[in-house]
Design a protein around this ligand. Sequence first.
Ligand SMILES: O=C(O)CCC(=O)C(=O)O
Length: 287
Amino acid sequence: MPGAINPWPDMNRSLALTAEQVSSYWRDGFLIGVEVLSETELAQINADIDAIADPSHEGREFWYEYSSDLEKTGGIVHGIGGWRVRESLHDLLWHPVITSAFRQLLDAPPRLLFDQLFCKPALQSGAVSWHQDYSYWTYSQPMNHVTCWIALEDADLSNGCVQYIPGSHRWNVLLPRPSRLTSERNSLLGSLTDQQRAAFQPIAAEVRAGSVLFHHPLTIHGSLPNTSPKSRRGTTIHAMADGTRAVLDEPTVDGVPAWLLGGAGPFYPLVDEPAGPVLREPFFPTL
Ligand SMILES: O=C(O)CCC(=O)C(=O)O
């Protein structure tokens, strides 16, 4: 039976990013608008997301985290681990245009760190605070990560598209992490120098459904609330280079969920790897 996502959508198209796309990623810290998904693939993923809106949906036990309670999530339907819940979200991880871009941008074989769903229903709040992704993942070392954000619906400023601060990945800073889903969306600005504040010029990553964004783990990004009558759905794949280790001083670390550690417990780490265990199957598959 064919998978939900066609593994070879168009044999005539080049899978690779162009040299210009790769250099603009390194210059700006992000890349906007690589076309990936067909109408059919989008329809399948969106039908699956419609189905998971029901809190009693089949397979819900496979989420690492899931909440459609907008009161709790600040107006965003948020999930981690969708690849284990629906076939379309699973197959998306191995879309050849995405995996080959990961390989180019990491310059290494990619692995999944985790996937993450961010859906902003129409006319709801739903801001994502300014943040750098790596501030949440410092346990995964060395830092060689890249995120792909996939537009499942058209995204523009009015419905809260992702916004980036160009060049911020080259500021050579790791700023304190804010709570990601919060009304205090500008709290990170308090940690910037005057020079960084002057360079804080957001670019709105407006994209059509089916196109994707890539960003560097130190690029500052966030998004405004959705005040429009249009829903805004996006899902991300956070990838890391093969060989990335979980470097932790303690069996459990505040803010690091147990699933990320492949099953933390009193006997963690289960393997004798002084440098920290390599993040690998089954939770961190190769892409
Ligand atoms: O979907 C959003 O608005 C934010 C996404 C995000 O923070 C991320 O992809 O790291």
